[in-house]
Design a protein around this ligand. Structure first.
Ligand code: HT7
Ligand code: ZN
Length: 860
């Protein structure tokens, strides 16, 4: 297939004034009648033909202004239907059609499909064209009226309920929206209901719809929804705009959740929670995803994207907003560290390999392949940098103007930046390069102290990425401070802007020392990129001693953690090449763990080691060929060394951090459990399984239970998997954890065999994306040493499953293929095995556009 290019964008030939849809639901033959009022678009540069997208639709009939059309009046292809301009009645007309679709056969989970007896839709990005003929592009916005006919008791669509009777319901959504925000749900569902009064006093009915029996697991999602609604009013001045807000939980879902107007549809994993079945991490996800989807109501729905190249316009901004919400709700530094961990693990990895692309891509074959960490997470970082550069007040003023100017429109990144330029008076043309250049910039620092002055030189370098050999410097806000060797703050935090290839700064040490009331130091430690003020890779040029000072004293918690992280990474790399850990690091960690005034979640983060994938990338960056087996063994050795060095402290924390049996998912309790369970895992490396057995037996919540379970899996308790299974076999979401944990915590040499055996388990339903991800993702992400087994068994296992899944669900298959994106890091034997697996996939007949694009890009 030909790529679609941003440069080829042209406005639609016709706009839609109103849409009326009638659904007669049946699993094997749903009838969809549409009545659409079109008008010619004066800005449309096209030939004036009426072009409607449509896929997998059986056309029953169609008409223009009431006159039936025959097959001679239009051109029908597998991609859609075109009525030539000369057959159109005039500039305005009504199109009517009836089509038949087969929701029960829709295993791709795009368009209208069935899941566990319910009907459900997923239309982003291009699913609406699988429901009826329509200009399925985000710059065509219209109000929708929907009638649903079905015997199922609950019939839902977007907007407000209009009327209903036995076997039917009508909904009206007054807010013009693109087709990707359309939704319909029908099923035997029960609601967890509540109400919300908006800032202007309007009453909104809130419902979370779930399968009977799950209604007692919705309280947290509902609480998160109400807090999100209030937060968006208080922080962004945004009020909800319909009489109802519905959320539906569905088991078969390709991603996390979807922001359909007034009818959000969620993967049940991100709605359902009880202390016994959900971990603290699950609660965290529920809170941030509920918030994210709710925030889309303004950033995405009221103001949407002109075309899919502008996806970051809604996703980057909405991720940034959900991160702000979580930072306000929980500990801001902990939230920032967790966001950066995610960014580095997913986005830096993407940027460093063959799938690197701009935050605003220039072209795509399949848009589903561009819902990436770069568009989402790097997109959010760009908003954060913009806010840092213009300041919080001007940021808020710009957002107010964005909502005022563009409400009801489909916009571009140019529109977004123009608002900031107009409101702040700045020229953002250089900033825009962040959207149009791929790759992670590298920033390096050099400095010297001479004659009472500090000379600091910052430089940026932009590595080449596929199709972009040369790049221009970007605007990098570097938040920084300066510390004395004793840890005294010499310079309060300030932000400098590195916007050329380099920047030289000069500081007067006498003046700084006078202000800090200390003698002039002969050495200074720069604390750079505080709060991770830009998505770059920093080589701060700090000695080990300097980083130990930052770990102990940096007033910026992010850089305190970062100093420890970098020491750990360096230690692991030295151990990988035969070295031994420096006891000074363990002493520093011991002191940090003892600081009771520090957030327990922060301390748990400081105790965590870089992942095996981080180490593989670090080895590659250092010019080595990473050996996943050696990396796994080194990490284990480091855990043993840490446990030995910190044993008394860890044992004391294990006792002190017990929050007691009354469970609450709040940040304070979750932090204690995080630190306590980190201590448990480390101690098990040297103590054996007794503590974990007692921990598992005493657990009254899933956070503790899963910590005990995974520790026992690793320490070799032969019966633990069966016991866990027998307890939880009827709970789908807990069983996903059971599947995943056994693969992720298997010894590397057994991981593929265990994964393979689990795919034969009667509860392994590979057409359910959550279950598929548990086992196959449990291997590729959870057990890198197992996946990269030198025999190539992991690669063959993944390729076999991708080929099989692709025939049913191309979107999920394509997404999972990113496990291969790092293949160039590895040795020649592994490279040959991976490229062999990729070539075998590419050679399959009938491969989807989704997976073939991914395989081609990864292989290139
Ligand atoms: N805007 C949504 C992105 C999305 C999606 C969600 C569910 C299933 C398939 C999907 N394709 C694209 C989710 C979000 O970012 O909020
Ligand atoms: Zn989103």
């Amino acid at each position: 297939p030909q790529p679609i290019r941003l440069a080829d964008y042209h406005p639609p030939s016709h706009l839609v004034e109103a849409v009326e849809l009638t659904f007669r639901l049946a699993p094997r033959g749903t009838r969809v009648r549409s009545k659409i009022r079109f008008r010619a678009n004066p800005a449309g540069l096209e030939n004036g033909n009426l072009r409607l997208d449509g896929e997998n639709l059986r056309l029953v009939s169609c008409a223009l202004d009431g006159t039936p059309l025959t097959a001679l009046d239009y051109l029908l292809t597998p991609e859609g239907l075109t009525v030539p301009a000369e057959r159109l009645p005039g500039p305005s007309f009504t199109w009517e059609a009836e089509v038949e679709i087969d929701p029960a056969d829709n295993t791709a989970l795009e368009g209208l499909y069935t899941s566990g007896g319910m009907f459900c839709t997923q239309c982003e990005a291009e699913g609406f064209r699988k429901i009826t003929f329509y200009p399925d592009r985000p710059d065509v916005m219209a109000p929708f009226t929907v009638r649903i006919e079905s015997d199922l008791p609950i019939l839902l669509s977007n907007g407000n309920p209009a009327a209903s009777g036995p076997g039917w319901a009508e909904w009206h959504d007054p807010w013009p929206k693109p087709a990707y925000l359309f939704a319909l749900v029908a099923g035997d569902l029960v609601a967890h209901s509540d109400r919300f009064t908006t800032m202007s006093g309007r009453d909104v009915a809130l419902n979370i719809w779930v399968r009977p029996g799950d209604e007692d697991k919705c309280a947290y999602a509902m609480d998160a929804l109400k807090r999100s609604m209030r937060w968006d009013e208080e922080v962004y001045g945004r009020e909800y705009d319909l009489d109802v807000f519905n959320i539906v939980a569905v088991d078969d879902f390709n991603m996390g959740a979807m922001e359909n107007k007034g009818l959000n549809i969620f993967n049940s994993k991100y709605v359902l929670a009880s202390p016994e079945t959900a971990t603290d991490r699950d609660y965290d996800f529920i809170e941030s995803i509920v918030a994210h989807e709710y925030f889309h109501n303004w950033t995405g729905n009221r103001i949407t994207c002109r075309d899919w190249f502008q996806l970051c316009l809604k996703e980057g901004l909405t991720v940034f907003r959900d991160q702000q919400f979580s930072a306000d709700t929980r500990s801001a530094p902990v939230q920032r560290i967790e966001d950066v961990l995610q960014l580095r693990a997913r986005q830096f990895r993407e940027d460093a390999g063959p799938l690197a692309h701009n935050v605003r891509p220039d072209s795509y074959v399949e848009i589903n392949n561009f819902y990436t960490a770069t568009v989402y997470e790097k997109g959010a970082e760009l908003i954060g940098m913009l806010r840092r550069i213009v300041g919080a007040q001007e940021y808020r003023a710009a957002l107010d103007e964005y909502f005022r100017r563009h409400d009801g429109q489909a916009c571009t990144i140019e529109d977004w930046l123009a608002v900031f330029e107009d409101v702040t008076g700045r020229d953002l043309s250089q900033f825009k390069r962040w959207y149009t250049q791929a790759g992670t910039p590298r920033v390096s620092a050099e400095w010297q102290v001479a004659e009472g002055r500090l000379h600091l030189r910052l430089a940026q370098e932009l590595p080449p990425t596929p199709g972009q050999p040369l790049k221009e410097p970007v605007v990098i806000p570097v938040a920084m401070g300066l510390l004395s060797p004793e840890g005294a703050e010499l310079l309060p935090e300030t932000t400098v802007i590195l916007d050329g290839p380099e920047l030289t700064l000069d500081f007067d040490l006498d003046e700084m020392a006078r202000r800090a009331c200390i003698a002039r130091p002969d050495h200074v430690i720069p604390s750079l990129l505080r709060g991770f003020s830009a998505p770059v890779i920093l080589d701060a040029g700090l000695s080990r001693a300097d980083r130990l000072v930052l770990l102990a004293h940096d007033p910026d918690p992010f850089n305190r953690w970062e100093a420890g992280r970098s020491l750990m990474r360096e230690t692991l790399m030295e151990m990988l090449t035969g070295g031994a850990p420096d006891p000074a690091l363990f002493d520093a960690l011991d002191r940090l763990l003892a600081e009771d005034r520090l957030d327990a979640a922060f301390r748990a983060l400081c105790l965590a080691l870089p992942s095996e994938d981080d180490m593989a990338q670090a080895a590659h960056d250092a010019g080595l060929v990473p050996d996943p087996t050696a990396i796994h063994a080194t990490r284990r050795a480091m855990q043993v060394a840490m446990a030995r060095a910190l044993q008394p402290r860890l044992a004391a924390l294990y006792d002190a951090m017990d929050p007691g049996p009354a469970y609450s998912p709040d940040a304070d309790q979750a932090a204690k459990r995080a630190l306590r369970n980190s201590a448990l895992t480390l101690l098990a490396r040297i103590e054996g399984p007794a503590r974990a057995k007692a921990h598992y037996a005493a657990a009254t919540n899933m956070t503790d239970e899963i910590a005990g379970f995974t520790t026992l899996l690793e320490t070799g308790d032969p019966d633990i998997a069966r016991r866990f299974h027998d307890r939880w076999k009827d709970d789908r979401l807990v069983m996903d954890k059971w599947f995943m944990a056994q693969v992720a915590h298997a010894a590397p040499e057994q991981a593929v065999a265990i994964a393979r055996a689990l795919t034969d388990h009667p509860l392994f339903d590979w057409t359910n994306p959550n279950r598929f991800r548990s086992v196959i993702g449990g291997l590729t992400s959870g057990n890198p040493a197992g996946f990269h087994d030198p025999s190539g068994a992991g690669y063959r296992f993944l390729a076999d499953w991708l080929i099989r899944l692709d025939a049913k669900n191309p979107q999920t298959a394509a997404r999972m293929s990113t496990a291969f994106e790092t293949w160039r890091r590895y040795d020649a034997d592994r490279q040959a095995l991976i490229t062999g697996a990729l070539d075998r996939i590419a050679a399959q007949d009938g491969l989807s556009r989704d997976l073939s694009e991914m395989v081609e890009r990864i292989r290139a």
